[in-house]
Design a protein around this ligand. Structure first.
Ligand code: Z5A
Length: 223
């Protein structure tokens, strides 16, 4: 996967879903998986941080508000430690056997949260991406929503019975999430061939339909 010059490989059957808090990724993920499975295709649905037993343990460490807050660099290295494992154990083997892989978040989250949100250098993140990951999605759907509206939705979910309350990152201030959103939008503007930006303020069904339409257009383009 990585070699001299550490090239980044883009895979057209690898799709990622990105967005800020409460953007509605869960409903969209289900719709995308269903659309592909209806065509008789194998789909691996996965998420970050996570996607393997070890990476899920790293996720718990990352999101637990009980211990001292990690330094931004610690947070970045932990998300990449989880991602390096996730790519090797789950994503690359699935792509190699011909499956489609849909991931709830991937490296763009690190550029948005640790880069935009925490202010870490994008070149440092890029170096980790090339050396530890080596893989980029062919298509990335960015669910874009106003920070206040997204946080309101997430609060509703967290306060519902069994919601569990906000995790460590969800406890950040609005300004943090404004920087995350700006970083996402800047990445989408810089890479229009890979990103499709979806207005996530619409009702859930409309957001899911828009995502499935983009997926089908992508499949036709790649066929
Ligand atoms: N993170 C990071 O910092 N760096 C990295 O590299 C990576 C991740 C990979 C965990 O991610 C955290 O890890 C995340 C970024 C960080 N921290 N934050 N914040 P996560 O994806 O597991 O958690 P999340 O971002 O907090 O997801 P979320 O808030 O659950 O967003 P969502 O999945 O997009 O939302 P949802 O659960 O689908 O919907 C939220 C609620 O809104 C729910 O009650 C829905 O029923 C409702 N909803 C959804 N869509 C609609 C519409 N269209 N209208 C009305 N209501 C809706």
């Amino acid at each position: 996967m990585t070699g001299p010059g550490f090239p980044l490989e883009t895979h057209s059957r690898f799709i990622t879903l990105e967005g800020g808090e409460g953007a509605g990724k869960t409903t969209v993920l289900e719709a995308l998986c269903e659309a592909l499975r209806a065509q008789g295709l194998e789909v691996v649905r996965t998420r970050e941080p996570g996607g393997t037993p070890l990476a899920e343990m790293i996720r718990s460490l990352l999101l637990d508000p009980a211990h001292e807050p990690p330094a931004p660099e610690t947070e970045l290295l932990l998300v990449f430690a989880a991602r390096a494992q996730h790519v090797r154990e789950t994503i690359a083997p699935a792509l190699a056997r011909g499956a489609w892989v849909i991931s709830d978040r991937f490296t763009d989250s690190s550029y948005a949260y640790q880069g935009g949100g925490r202010g870490l250098d994008a070149a440092f993140i890029g170096e980790l991406e090339r050396r530890a990951v080596g893989l980029r999605p062919g298509l990335t759907l960015l669910l874009d929503i106003d920070v206040g509206q997204g946080r309101e939705r997430a609060r509703g979910r967290d306060q519902a019975p069994g919601g569990g309350g906000p995790d460590r990152i969800e406890r950040e201030r609005d300004e943090f999430f404004q920087r995350v959103r700006a970083a996402y939008r800047a990445r989408a503007a810089a890479e229009p061939a890979r990103f499709r930006v979806i207005d996530a303020s619409q009702p859930a069904q409309a957001v899911a339909d828009a995502a499935v339409t983009q997926l089908r257009a992508w499949q036709e383009r790649e066929a």
